[in-house]
Write a protein of this length. Structure first.
Length: 401
């Protein structure tokens, strides 16, 4: 069982919240504050419940202390975003480390309603090493542990897993709850039928485990993106210069097609393509009449017949989960397949619609469909591992008996 922040008593307690403040930076400027905004409901609730809030996150990939990756850059942004009234500021105290005597003193001085943001956890290599002594030091700062950082839940680090058993009480934050509710309950455990999964993106090899995990659960699996070409080639269809994974991946694709046949689950491949000889779309862009890609061309998006076929399947579904773009959507000429899947999902108001995966989420965001989905996962790698049916260390650590 997992408890949520609302289930706890926080008055006067030191509430350690593992957040995901791994925001993009340009110099000293936060260029996208989405992740900070997404953590606000949990932070505000902890404050309203009378907690002393201690926030911890990693930022970038430092190799030891690095002022360019200090969370102090985030503290300023958070101080602006935290108050419910725009223009107000809520003081965010910054600690210049995440462990040690200075931090302990700052935590002891903290009063209910105050916020302390710790320095970048990854300034210590012990964080990613999930070192026990370091975990205990972090745990010593907390009466209650809350995890709201789904994006790192697939990693067993000190702040996501190691420290948790050493804190008296633990719970998931609101963001984490939404991820578990949608990816876990509404997609993997209790999907409303018909359940359709759409997979795309660059490589079959990245998604094998997701395919294996979803095939027995879904009513249909639609495949687009570059990975479709490995499946097509495995069936002996000419794919020209399309991106294909050769060798054992072809055999693997053939095996997955067999599994689908055995389960009687349609594994639906593109029936036409948008092709071009150039990745940037210079030179003629053509629609193919069928599954065959001309020898000197690459398949860079699904074609119009495939779009219509996928749209129909999505329209009739009650649960739709999607990971991986249908084409090289970064180039406008090859973005239509991805857009049509997003549009079809957004229109189906009777269905639970869930997006997992970094590039797919970015595509949906960029195309303006994000707020029309039931859920867009905030974790790229974490959502993939979740869909693989794996137990994520950061979620497992929150389980109580
Ligand atoms: P996600 O991050 O959503 O899991 P992936 O990382 O697996 O998705 O794949 C995304 C990438 O796949 C994008 O950069 C996209 O351009 C690329 N891609 C999709 N279809 C094709 C294609 N037909 N040819 C080449 N690249 C493709
Ligand atoms: Mg990706």
């Amino acid at each position: 069982m997992i408890r949520y922040i609302d289930d706890l008593q926080l008055t006067g307690k030191r509430v350690f919240i593992r957040v995901d403040f791994n925001v993009p930076l340009e110099g000293r400027r936060v260029t996208d504050d989405t992740r900070i905004r997404e953590a606000l409901p949990t932070i505000r609730r902890a404050l309203e419940m009378g907690g002393k809030v201690i926030l911890a996150s990693h930022l970038g990939r430092p190799k030891g202390p690095d002022p360019k990756l200090s969370t102090v850059l985030v503290a300023e942004k958070l101080a602006e975003l935290l108050p419910r009234k725009p223009g107000d500021k809520h003081e965010v105290i910054h600690a210049d480390d995440c462990v040690g005597d200075n931090v302990k003193k700052q935590v002891n001085d903290l009063k209910a309603g105050q916020v302390l943001l710790l320095e970048n956890l990854r300034f210590h290599k012990e964080e990613e090493a999930n070192d026990e002594a370091f975990s205990r030091e972090l745990a010593a700062l907390a009466d209650v542990y809350v995890n709201d950082a789904f994006g790192t839940a697939h990693r067993a680090h000190a702040s996501t897993a190691g420290m948790v058993p050493f804190v008296k009480e633990k719970a998931a934050g609101f963001l984490m709850r939404k991820e578990i509710e949608y990816l876990g309950d509404k997609v993997l455990r209790n999907p409303q039928k018909p359940f359709v999964a759409i997979l795309g993106g660059s490589k079959v090899s990245d998604k094998i485990k997701v395919i294996e995990s979803l095939l027995p659960k879904v009513d249909a699996l639609l495949v687009g993106g570059a990975m479709a070409y490995t499946f097509l080639k495995a069936q002996g269809i000419e794919v020209g210069k399309s991106r294909v994974e050769e060798g054992d991946k072809l055999a693997l694709a053939a095996k997955l097609l067999d599994t689908a046949k055995r389960l009687k689950t349609p594994l639906v491949l593109p029936i036409d393509h948008i092709v071009c000889a150039d990745l940037e779309g210079k030179g003629p862009v053509k629609e193919t009449p069928d599954q065959v890609v001309p020898a000197d061309m690459m398949g860079l998006d699904i074609g119009p017949k495939t779009r219509a076929m996928f749209t129909q399947r999505i329209r009739d579904a009650k649960t739709v989960v999607w990971n991986g773009p249908m084409g090289l959507f970064e180039v406008a000429k090859f973005a239509e397949g991805t857009r049509s899947v997003a549009a079809a999902m957004s229109i189906n108001k009777d269905a639970i619609t869930v997006i997992g995966g970094g590039d797919s989420a970015a595509a949906v965001e960029q195309m303006g469909y994000a707020d029309k989905m039931s859920h867009v996962s905030t974790g790229g790698g974490a959502s993939l591992e979740f869909l693989e049916g794996r137990e994520l260390p950061g979620i497992k650590a929150l389980e109580t008996k």
